[in-house]
Design a protein around this ligand. Structure first.
Ligand code: SAM
Length: 264
């Protein structure tokens, strides 16, 4: 049966799946950054940077309306901000796990530029506005964004089709979508990686995090996620055009890109 959305252990329906995901990320928030960098040997930084560079032309437009949804602790948001000109419109950074978002806001929020006397250190420096929000019910108007990006969050949505439809709704005609997600590489590299991803990673995750759930959920959720071709097909069915998948690092991760068709 094709995957419709994330199914954490014990979740009976979409609402309980979303709630289990939210609670899980809230519970691992204090260790999230440390584990991320450790378990990926810092390759995650390259992936975020590469994703941001893909959207350089939109990011360079000061007036562009941009959302990083499922922003978590904000490392993709930070990579996007590096490519924003001074004085540009703030990026919106959304997540439904408050503990993750709070940590993110400490990195990307306007206050990071404040001195103790309350004056801005770098006037006009780009920043992001934290938005506690559910990706499936964005508190945004139809056709109001030029770019939506999401890193390692889409896989966790309780309904992938609903997520794509929601992204389509809030994008302007001609607006762009980028979904950075894990995938499962094939061949010998895939076999070696599977040993790491399914056995070693959950063990290290449990050791550092003190819980065995979240880092077992990670490989399971990647295993249940649609293949690149299936997700591209879902994107086309939601109305997107120019749908592509660019593998990163032997296909361990990859960037899906698409566009809401411009009005002709
Ligand atoms: C693996 S983390 C990725 C965080 C960050 N983007 C990164 O690259 O490190 C996934 C994030 O997606 C968020 N998330 C999952 N489902 C969501 C939803 N329906 N709405 C908003 N955020 C969601 C989680 O709370 C979590 O912070």
């Amino acid at each position: 049966m094709p995957a419709t959305g994330a199914k954490p252990a014990g979740a009976a329906d979409e609402a309980s799946a979303a709630e289990a995901v939210r609670q899980m990320f809230d519970s691992i928030a204090p260790r999230y950054d440390l584990l991320n960098h450790l378990l990926s040997a810092n390759i995650d930084r390259l992936w975020w940077r590469r994703t941001a560079h893909t959207f350089r032309p939109v990011l360079a437009r000061p007036e562009a309306a941009i959302l990083d949804i499922c922003c978590g602790t904000g490392d993709l948001t930070m990579a996007l901000l590096k490519l924003r000109p001074n004085g540009s419109r703030p990026i919106l950074a959304g997540d439904f796990a408050r503990a993750m978002l709070t940590r993110g806001a400490q990195k990307f929020g306007a206050s990071r530029f404040r001195k103790s006397n309350g004056r801005h250190q770098q006037p006009g420096a780009p920043f992001a506005i934290p938005l506690e929000s559910d990706a499936l019910h964005l508190p945004l108007r139809d056709r109001s964004l030029d770019l939506i990006v999401t890193a390692f969050g889409f896989r966790n949505l309780a309904n992938y089709d609903a997520g794509l439809r929601e992204f389509y709704r809030v994008l302007n005609p001609g607006g762009q979508l980028g979904i950075l997600e894990f995938s499962e590489p094939g061949g010998l590299i895939g076999k070696a990686y599977a040993v790491y991803f399914r056995r070693i990673l959950p063990a290290i995750g449990q050791m550092i995090c003190g819980k065995n759930g979240p880092y077992n959920y990670l490989p399971t959720s990647v295993g249940n996620f649609p293949s690149p071709n299936s997700l591209l097909q879902m994107m086309r069915s939601a109305g997107f055009v120019d749908c592509c998948w660019q593998p990163y690092t032997f296909g361990i991760a990859g960037l899906y890109t698409a566009m809401r068709p411009p009005v002709v």
